[in-house]
Design a protein around this ligand. Sequence first.
Ligand code: NAD
Length: 475
Amino acid sequence: MFEYAPAPESRDVVDIKPSYRLFIGGEWVDSRGEERHKTVNPATEEALAEIAWATEEDVDRAVGAARQAFGAWSRTPGSERAKYLFRIARIIQERSRELAVLESLDNGKPIRESRDVDLPLVAAHFFYHAGWADKLGYAGYGPDPRPLGVAGQVIPWNFPLLMLAWKIAPALACGNTVVLKPAETTPLTALLFAEICRQADLPPGVVNIVTGAGETGAALVGHPGVDKVAFTGSTEVGRLIARSVAGSGKKVTLELGGKAANIVFDDAALDQAVEGVVNGIFFNQGHVCCAGSRLLVQESIADDLLDALKRRLATLRLGDPLDKNTDIGAINSAAQLARIRRLSDLGEAEGAERWSPVCPLPERGFWFPPTIFTGVAQSHRIAREEVFGPVLSVLTFRTPAEAVEKANNTPFGLSAGVWTEKGSRILWMADRLRAGVVWANTFNRFDPASPFGGYKESGYGREGGRHGLEAYLDV
Ligand code: NAD
């Protein structure tokens, strides 16, 4: 084993203000309400800043500002809108270190991930959609597709800035204006993004950011002035939103939960598959909607794979998210930690066998060790429910048909992984897996050109690629 000296990224690159206001009509404005909450660093429980909790009246002001900006923005030629998006993309690249440190502080994810995965993808999404802005007539939606109007967008805490990019970049490229609500535990990068909009000289009101919790989100999606609702979050809240907008004529996309199967066949390159399984479930502490939280392994190699997996897990380093050597950071909130603990305890109570490597946890903050459950039955709650944490359930199969049946035996359908050397088997499996994304001999790979979305309770609509544009156009 190597000993690693501490290699912390400096947090001096970010300037966190003691408190933040709302970003409406290109200005920082006070909330009309009194309520304010602290956002904390989940690795230390240190309060980072105070955040306004936007009221219904604030949401109304923000939607009004977006409506006012819509006329001119939607008439701005695509080539001009593209310039703003390219400018934003370049500023994100220039300020990527600052954004990555801020994301890790507010979310708890390792700096290696925010620096090397989140931020490059955020910039890529703006670059990609900047490219579309003047070519919408060639996207397959008619010669001159029109925008929808004001988009009300609500995002979760697991990839705060990346989810913002998935929402704002296509909306703006298509000529819509936006009111976005970040998650209550991770508002800071969205607020820094508001600064970036100012730096890019984006016309006032094109992007508005309102912070707050579920009530603010509900006020936004329910606002009669919103033409399009885009939501990423839990299936539970997705259902509430679908109900609240039903019959209103608003266009909706819902990106919800998942319980993906990562399927390893006996002919797969074992070491590569182990890396893929680790990346599939322990990346971002398992706070990933498309996480490979169910490992389906062919029975004949199950023991070998598990041994290799456990050896690999013993080398993962858990700790300070700002340390460049950290593999596993902090759980985002006390509430999420309680949920992971509850479901893991249930797994044991239902008869599955729990294993974690020796892994000292820091005293302060919210932490959970990488955990594997074996002897899992399909009926166990850890095999059915989304844990949204670093917890892997291992099941076995004998034939490809059994693998498909078990993989599809879930109310979700967001993603799946297949590990095998046979190309024909990959295609056979991909045809039968009811999942929006199927990765072959890799996992958790994202590209702005590739549509992402789910079947069944994982939601509807697609984000990214040409397909994602449809959600923001009147077609
Ligand atoms: P959540 O549903 O609790 O919250 C998501 C957002 O919705 C937050 O901003 C929250 O404030 C807001 N919200 C809460 N109640 C609301 C209401 N009644 N009306 C409107 N908005 C409301 O989810 P979470 O715990 O923040 O995120 C984790 C979930 O997100 C997981 O289930 C995960 O699978 C899912 N997710 C899905 C994708 C995807 O693309 N499919 C991506 C990331 C996360």
